[in-house]
Write a protein that binds this ligand. Structure first.
Ligand SMILES: *Cc1c(COP(=O)(O)O)cnc(C)c1O
Length: 408
């Protein structure tokens, strides 16, 4: 169990490796020397040791700075070697020193908020829209935090002495609005900027390079990539990671080792999946934007496999009519998923806040998967219906739908 070699950031690495290479090899560097190909799944919850003095010293060290204990593991809530492989790999992909994995994206966000609140920094500045449950966690103050919602331009003025975090999503769920992270990081000064990078993935965007201190993922989505793992992860510097591990240890939102294994496997195909699905998404965006049944299409300037569009007709009818596309919440799987944010993913956000954030009742969000583009289009074309607007199919393009990228 050479945990040091599997989870430690390696500043001594001299040859930088490309993202596609890291995706396949990071977190697995020790395997060949051990005569292994697939990473072992370590399901132990506890680890025997005849050296209780040594264990006491290692527990004391963890209580100090939260560094992953050296040597053999102690207890599952303190760290797991299989999960550590995923953490190592994700940190390499995001370009951070460390990463800390949790049982879900919401557990990861909760741990970040608890780290800051436990330092007396209970105030959060956030930009809408956020994922519905992130919005709810902040708005309801469930963890004792207080939120101020602002536009990106209002962040600097909203900061207070007790502000512990600035939180954004870019591209945002579900409108795909984008934020200039570099400018925003500048406005945050010394307050950590958390960027939820779930939609972009490190394949399209590495927020730390633009000044974010914390990168959050719902790993349930693209990182796992197959709709069968629930997980969250925060990529950050080792100092913050230590605090996150201490909170994870104390509150228990750990990731199961089998999930860690599946996530590591998911990462190895992440660049290929994201690029293939993005190419299909871009073509579907082109067709949707030219379609008179569609009022508006939202697609990020950085690309990606998420599409949002507003229909002239009833969005519930579109959901009811898809046959190939899966009518389900969530995203980032190999199959294409469609859902109605006002009914499902953002239902928990108060109606006026939801509308204010640009989540109209006619908006549909689609996560494009790996199916054939023409098959997907045939399903969409059928689901959009012929009669929703009463408009002829060959409607003039200049009266056609608006197309937008980014926040504008
Ligand atoms: C799904 C999602 C979350 C929450 O993640 P879970 O893994 O469902 O807890 C957070 N942020 C974004 C952008 C999401 O899409």
């Amino acid at each position: 169990m050479n945990s040091a070699s599997t989870h430690a950031y390696d500043p001594a690495r001299t040859t930088p490796r490309a993202l596609a290479t890291e995706a396949v090899h990071a977190g697995r560097d020790d395997l060949a020397r051990q005569g292994l190909h697939a990473p072992p799944i370590d399901l132990s919850t506890t680890y025997p040791s005849y050296d209780s003095r040594g264990e006491a010293a290692r527990i004391d060290a963890f209580a100090g700075d939260g560094a992953q204990p050296e040597g053999p593991p102690i207890y599952g809530r303190l760290g797991n070697p299989t999960v550590a492989r995923f953490e190592t790999a994700l940190a390499r992909l995001e370009g951070t020193e460390s990463a800390v994995a949790f049982a879900s994206g919401m557990a990861a966000l909760s741990a970040v908020l608890l780290v800051r609140a436990s330092m007396g920094l209970r105030h959060v500045v956030a930009v809408r829209p956020l994922y519905g449950c992130s919005d709810h966690l902040l708005t309801a103050g469930l963890l004792g935090t207080e939120v101020t919602w602002v536009d990106p331009a209002g962040v600097a003025d909203a900061l207070r002495p007790d502000t512990g975090l600035v939180m954004v999503e870019s591209p945002a769920n579900p409108t795909l609005a984008e934020i200039d992270l570099r400018a925003l990081a500048h406005a945050c000064g010394s307050v950590p900027l958390l960027a939820d990078n779930t939609f972009a993935t490190p394949v399209l965007q590495r927020p730390v390079e633009q000044g974010a201190r914390l990168v959050l993922h719902s790993a349930t989505k693209y990182l796992g990539g197959h709709g069968d793992v629930m997980a969250g992860v925060v990529a950050c510097d080792e100092e913050f990671a230590g605090r996150l591990r201490q909170v994870r240890f104390a509150t228990g939102g750990v990731l199961h080792p089998l999930a860690g294994y599946l996530l590591l496997r998911g990462l190895s195909t992440l660049p290929v999946r994201v690029r293939a699905a993005s190419a299909t998404a871009a073509e579907l965006v082109r067709r949707l934007a030219a379609d008179p049944r569609v009022a508006r299409v939202h697609y990020p300037s950085i690309g990606g496999a998420m599409i949002a569009f507003e229909v002239h007709g009833d969005p519930h009818e579109v959901i009811a009519a898809v046959r190939l596309i899966t009518p389900a919440v969530s995203l980032g799987s190999v199959d294409t998923l469609i859902q109605h944010p006002a009914s499902i993913s953002h239902r928990i956000v108060e109606e006026s806040d939801r509308r204010g954030a640009g989540v109209s009742d006619r908006l549909l969000r689609m996560s494009v998967g790996l199916e054939d583009t023409d098959d997907l289009w045939a399903d969409l074309d059928h689901a959009l219906g012929e009669t929703a607007t009463g408009l002829p199919r060959e409607w003039s393009k200049d009266e056609g739908p608006a197309f937008s990228t980014g926040r504008a």
